[in-house]
Structure formats: C-alpha cells, structure tokens
Design a protein around this ligand. Structure first.
Ligand code: HDE
Length: 713
C-alpha cells in the first residue's frame, strides 16, 4: 500500500493552473492584445459581431453558474489527510484502515441544510459533515451530519421534509430558517421526528465553529473483513477542540454582522496553521447482536448510546490546506454514501437505501453530466478503467476500438478483479421476504430516545431547548400546529411541554392531537397504529450533552479575544495579554473607537485591528479591557457598552484589570453581576501573570451559561 503523505502527489494528477507570469489568452490559447475594449466600427460606433474575444468572454460568463445543491447548498471545505492510529484489520479489509500511520488524502465539506448557497452560516440547522477519502482502492465518502439521528425513517419522506423546511413556495420566505408554518406543520404530523427535533432545537444546531462539531455517519453501516464476515458499525468524528455552541441571540446577530462566520473561521484557522482535527471512532456491533437492543439498528431516528457500546478510536483527520478555488473544489465536489471501497458495506436502513439512489442522480442535474467523476476534485487516485463512454464534457480520451465486456478484440480488457485481487463484492446477506410497503414494528418507538436525549442535558441546555422551541413555534401562525406540537412534546416530557406552552400562549392538549399514520397505506392492517414509547435501557448519557461531553478538553487554541483600547492604554497590559494568548495559539485583536493608531501610556502606538463600527463582540470569544484607558470617555460610549453588554449576555469571559474594572460599573448589566461569576475575571492590579492565567483558564471553559439565570428570571 502506497503512502499518500501529502497533497502534492494528488495535485500532479489534476490540472491546476496559475496565471502568474503568463500571457492572457482566449480559451483557444490565442494571446489577447486588448482586454478592455470591444471591437467597434469606429471609436464611437456599434460593436461588431466578429469580435470573438468579446463573444467568448461574455458567453462563458453567461453560463458560469450551476444549480446549487438541492439541500446542503451552503458549505465550506478543506483538504487534509486521514491517518490510522489504531488499525482494525480484524473487522475490515478496507486498505486505508489497515496500518498504523497510513495516511489517506481527504477533502471535507461542512454545510447547512436548508439555506441557499448565499445564506448565513449561523442558521439554526443541522450541519452536513461530509468527507471524501482518496484511497488507493478508490473513493470512499463518509457523508454524515453533526447530529447522529435523522428526522425521518424512510427515504420516501425526504422530499416532503425538505419541501416543508425550505422557504414557503408562494413567497419564498423565510430563507435558511425552520421557524415557519410549513416545517412545523409537517413535523407536528411526524412523531418519528421527535428525537431529531430535540437535537435540532439544542445548541448542536448553532455551533461555534465547524471545527467544534462532532460528526456522525448516522446510519448503521457494515464493515467486512478478509474472511467476508460482517460487523455493524456506527461512525463518529470527535473534534479535538471539543463540541461548542454560540447563543441563539448571538447566532442571529452574527448572521447580520458576518454571515460567513463559519467559513471565515475554518479558512483563517487553516491559514494560521491551527489545523482542525478530529478523531474517527467506531461503535462496533456484532452481527449476532442485531436484535439485542430496544431500538432497531436500521432505524435512523435512533442512536446507539455510548454507554451500551463505547466508541473505539481508529484514526484522526487533520485539515491542513484551504482550497485553491472555491467553485472548482468545494462547489464541484460530489459526495455519495454509495461511494464505498471493499471492506465497507451498507445496512438495510431504508433511509440509507434511498440515499444510495439519490446522490448520483442529483449530480446529473447539478454538475450536468455522468462524467462528474472526471472533475479534478472528484477524481479517484486509484486508476479508472471501464467501458463507460462519452457524454457531456468527457475528459478521458479512451484509446482502442473496444468499449464492451466480454470482448476478445481487446484481449478481454479491462478485466474483472477477483475478490482476492481487490474486487468489490457486496456482503452476502441472505434475504427472503415478501415485497411489502410497510414499516417494521420495531420502528414504532418515537419518544424513548427523545426522552433519553432531553434527560441527558444539563439545566442550561434544557432551557436552551425550551427557548428554541418557543422561538420556532412562536413564529408559527397556525394555532392548531402549535397545539399538535405541544401534544408531541408532552410525550417526551410534560415539563418541557408546559415550559414551551408558557412562552407561546398555547395550552398543552390533554390528549395527543397528532393523528398517527405510521407511514403505511390505509389498506394495510398496520395503518394508524399508535406510536409506542420504549423506555431506553440507558437513562442518562453524558455523551449526548455538549456541556457534559467527556471528550471536551480545556483549550483556547484558535480563539479570538477582543482587546478594547483607547488613547492612554497601558502598552504593557496589551502586550502581555497578546503574547500570552499567542503562546496558547489564540489571538488578541485590538478594537478602538477609530481605525489607525491608539496612543499608549509609553508614548508608543498600537494599531487598531477594528473600530467599534467594523467589529462586534459576537465575533469574538472573550473581551479584555486593559488598564489605563480614558475611562470616562469609554463608559459614555454607547458602542462600547453595547459591545460589553452582548459579551456579558452571551456568557463570555470578560477580563478587566487596573482602572479598567471601573468601566464595568457603567455597563447596563452592572447591577446583575453575581459575585460567583467565574466568567468575570477582574483584578485591581495591573497585568499580573496570575490575572492573565485566570483569564486564559476561564476562556478554556468556553462560556458561563449559569449567568443566564441572573439575566432571565
Ligand atoms: Fe443527503 N443529500 N439526503 N443526507 N446529504 C444531498 O446530494 C438525500 C441525508 C448529506 O457537502 C444531496 O450532492 C436523500 C442524511 C450531506 O456536498 C442529495 C436523503 C444525511 C450532504 C441528498 C438524504 C445526509 C447531502 C444534495 C434521504 C446524514 C451534502 C446535493 C433519503 C447522514 C454533501 C448532493 C456535500 C446532500 C439526498 C438524507 C447528509 C439531494 C434523498 C440522513 C452532508 O442527493
């Protein structure tokens, strides 16, 4: 097995171009002498049709957009590698998982689901987490999400789900938002979505960064070993920086201040050398345990609690290179859960089965040709030889007269590979059944794991879910939809339903108002069966809570601190903090009343990175007010107060030392400050090492959500 240590080897295989020190040419390679003027009959006369340079340029421009993805249109991606740390040859024969240290190039794309390509990164939404592995045995795509379950159990409901969540068809509103009638109308009639709704209303749906999200393969897949034996598997990506979110109010403000927030964050982290990293883990479920659990492994609305089956880490992914061209790479990349290599196979999850059809089909209209695999970013590094021919934009020049198999004129080539030669053979699963349009009885529990998820959250996380539901349902005009939703929520937790009900002025109905059609046709005897609640055998799972998540390790790497400055600032206070942050791979940026230089107490100058006009506290992780400011002026500056107020409200760390502590007394939240708020790091002394260390330690806890208790009584 060859080791793909770096991207350069892949670059050689694909046609990258760079215009540096090159002549400007037409698409036909003819050098252009004047790119500024069209060909005219006289300098003030009409343009001439014969101007092939103008026609070519404008024609290309007229056609430079392609349809955006039906879902997951908004996304950002990067190159990197996957490295095996703990090979699992006993479970899978997949070559890229065989040897410790083996590296495989990857491209990962993160996305929102509902919004258009130009929509905000900070919508409340599921995030796509798709990874293309360029393995020596062909392309393997792990096309997952940042939430381990899904809204629906059967592929046939996917178009309905997406029609319901997308902007309403009559007026194309609202963009990138689920808070509207059609989405909740559908959900209120689909009890199977309740587990996913709990996740989507939690802070998982408003991540701080793509680099701080978990990823999940969602469906149960199969690993196949050399002997042809199968093991069920669930895939997990665990972020090195921990799993963190922003506040909902913050998310909405970021959407206005910087809709590219996640895109920029990913890009900048890679440019700065803070390479995003995840561990890849697997939950292994032996074939013989298929029916051992109270949930069905084939039901994508269920997860396998880590308390039942722990996650075994097999490798790590590092993203270390930004794309050279967004369109050519991030936009044209085509993922497909059906792109598997020998050693990985599918389960009969009916959602996965539908996906296996959908992804090639969609590329035909999105990328316009069955030759989309020849686009550089989609090309396999394993050689491709077959009898597929022609079609729009064919790149390959196939030689010879033979394009069929079997053949004798081509000596039987290209020839089939035996299994021992790496030929893919589907898992030899025995299937003996009637053809039916039915859903398995074992899929009928819609509330058990929704309860498990809710019960596993901390109080803060529970109240965020309540607030999210109040927001979303508060935007629903149709009263009957709100009532149906409260009925469904009451099946998960009565207190949850009542708390939501208080915020939306609608009573929890005494009986479940949702007519349950269990996804089967009315003629079928199983139609209209009641959903059942199967209590989860695990009562509480820390892995489901972001705040209790056992994999969160304290770090401030790649975090951004706003350092509020004005003339007279203590130069040492700023410098010491900046240096200390840099040592931790974090960054301090100076915000001042105006751009240009801020004069220091040492008669020096510090350059402002932003003014209060161009920055906002929602774009930073913490705020530091150094000693020695023109205090009166700052305390009277509304922009400074708004900046601090947002930082406080969004439960961020605020540090102030020396005279600067007085600025906080002027802040609107001053009367609400609690003495035991560890997120406020204050010191009368100036820039001591202890103060700086306390500030850094506090930042590594991300947020001080307990503060909300004082803010919202
Ligand atoms: Fe997708 N999904 N999906 N999906 N999906 C697409 O493929 C589809 C589902 C996911 O960054 C589309 O190339 C169906 C689950 C990601 O390019 C499309 C069903 C999960 C991405 C499609 C599902 C996903 C897509 C749109 C139900 C999590 C973005 C453009 C049967 C495991 C990949 C495209 C990227 C994209 C269909 C359900 C993840 C239309 C029919 C469940 C991360 O083919």
């Amino acid at each position: 097995m060859k080791n793909f240590q770096d991207e350069k080897q892949r670059d050689l295989l694909i046609n990258k171009s760079d215009g540096t020190n090159k002549f400007l040419t037409t698409d036909q390679g003819v050098r252009i002498n004047d790119d500024n003027n069209s060909l005219k009959a006289g300098e003030r006369g009409p343009s001439l049709l014969e101007d092939f340079i103008l026609r070519e340029k404008i024609t290309h421009f007229d056609h430079e957009r392609i349809p955006e993805r039906i879902v997951h249109a908004r996304g950002s991606g990067a190159h990197g590698f996957f490295e095996v740390t703990n090979p699992i040859p006993e479970l899978t024969k997949a070559g890229f998982l065989q040897e410790a240290g083996l590296k495989t190039p990857v491209f990962a794309r993160f996305s929102t689901v509902a919004g258009s390509r130009g929509s905000t990164d900070l919508a409340r939404d599921v995030r796509g987490f798709a990874v293309k592995f360029y393995t020596q045995e062909g392309i393997y795509d792990l096309v997952g999400n940042n939430i381990p379950v899904f809204f629906i159990q059967d592929a046939s409901k996917f178009p309905d789900l997406i029609h319901a969540v997308k902007p309403e068809p009559h007026n194309e509103m609202p963009q990138a938002a689920s808070a509207h009638d059609t989405f909740w109308d559908f959900i209120s009639l689909m009890p199977e979505s309740m587990h996913m709704i709990m996740w989507a209303m939690s802070d998982r749906a408003i991540p701080r960064s793509y680099r701080m999200m978990e990823g999940f393969g969602v469906h149960t897949f199969r690993l196949i070993n050399e002997a042809g034996n199968s093991t069920f598997v669930k895939f997990h990506w665990k972020p090195k920086l921990g799993t963190h979110a922003v506040a909902w109010d913050e998310a909405q403000k970021i959407s206005g201040k910087n809709p590219d927030f996640h895109r920029e964050d990913l890009w900048e982290a890679i440019e700065m050398g803070n390479f995003p990293e995840w561990e890849l883990g697997v939950q292994i479920i032996p074939e013989e345990d298929e029916h051992k659990y109270e949930f069905d492994l084939l039901d994508p609305t269920k997860l396998v609690p880590e308390e039942l089956i722990p996650v075994t880490i097999v490798g790590r992914m590092v993203l270390n290179k930004n794309p050279d061209n967004f369109f050519a790479e991030t936009e044209q990349i085509a993922f497909h859960p059906g792109h598997v290599v020998p050693g990985i196979d599918f389960s009969n999850d009916p959602l996965l089965q539908g996906r296996l059809f959908s992804y090639t089909d969609t590329q035909l209209s999105r990328l316009g040709s069955p030759n989309f695999h020849e686009i550089p970013i989609n090309r396999s590094v394993a050689p491709v030889h077959n009898n597929q021919r022609d079609g729009h934009m064919r790149q390959e020049i196939n030689k010879g007269r033979v394009s069929y198999h079997p053949n004798s004129l081509g000596g039987g080539c290209p020839y089939q590979a035996k299994i021992a030669e790496g030929g893919f053979a589907s898992f030899n699963e025995r299937v003996d059944a009637h053809k039916v349009r039915e859903r398995s009885e074992s899929f009928a529990d819609h509330f058990g794991q929704a309860k498990l998820f809710f019960n596993s959250q901390t109080d803060v996380e529970k109240s965020h879910i309540v607030k999210a539901l109040r927001f979303e349902l508060g935007k629903v005009d149709t009263a009957a939809i709100r009532v149906r939703m409260l009925g469904l929520l009451s099946q998960i937790d009565m207190q949850l339903a009542e708390r939501v009900s208080m915020g939306i002025g609608t009573q929890v109905p005494p009986i479940l108002e949702t007519p349950i059609n269990h996804g089967v046709s009315p003629e079928n005897e199983m139609g209209n069966q009641e959903p059942k609640t199967v209590e989860s055998s695990v009562e509480n799972s820390d892995a489901l809570s972001m705040l209790k998540n056992p994999t969160n390790t304290p770090t401030i790497a790649s975090r951004k601190v706003a350092i509020i400055c004005s003339d007279g600032v203590s130069e040492a206070s700023v410098k010491n903090m900046k240096d200390a942050l840099l040592k931790e791979d974090a960054k301090g940026l100076v915000i001042a009343p105006h751009l240009g230089a801020v004069l220091t107490d040492e008669d020096g100058a510090i350059a402002a990175d932003f003014s209060f006009l161009t920055a906002s506290s929602v774009l930073f992780d913490a705020v530091y007010i150094p000693h020695g400011l023109g205090l009166t002026a700052l305390a009277e500056n509304d922009d400074v107060m708004e900046f601090l107020n947002d930082a406080y409200k969004h439960c961020k760390v605020i540090g102030a030392n020396g005279e600067a502590t007085a600025v906080l007394s002027a802040a609107p939240f001053a009367s609400k400050i609690s003495n035991d708020d560890a997120g406020l790091v204050l010191s009368g002394e100036i820039g001591t090492e202890t103060f700086i260390q306390d500030f850094i330690n506090a930042m590594s806890e991300h947020r001080f959500w307990e503060r909300e208790k004082n803010l919202y009584k």
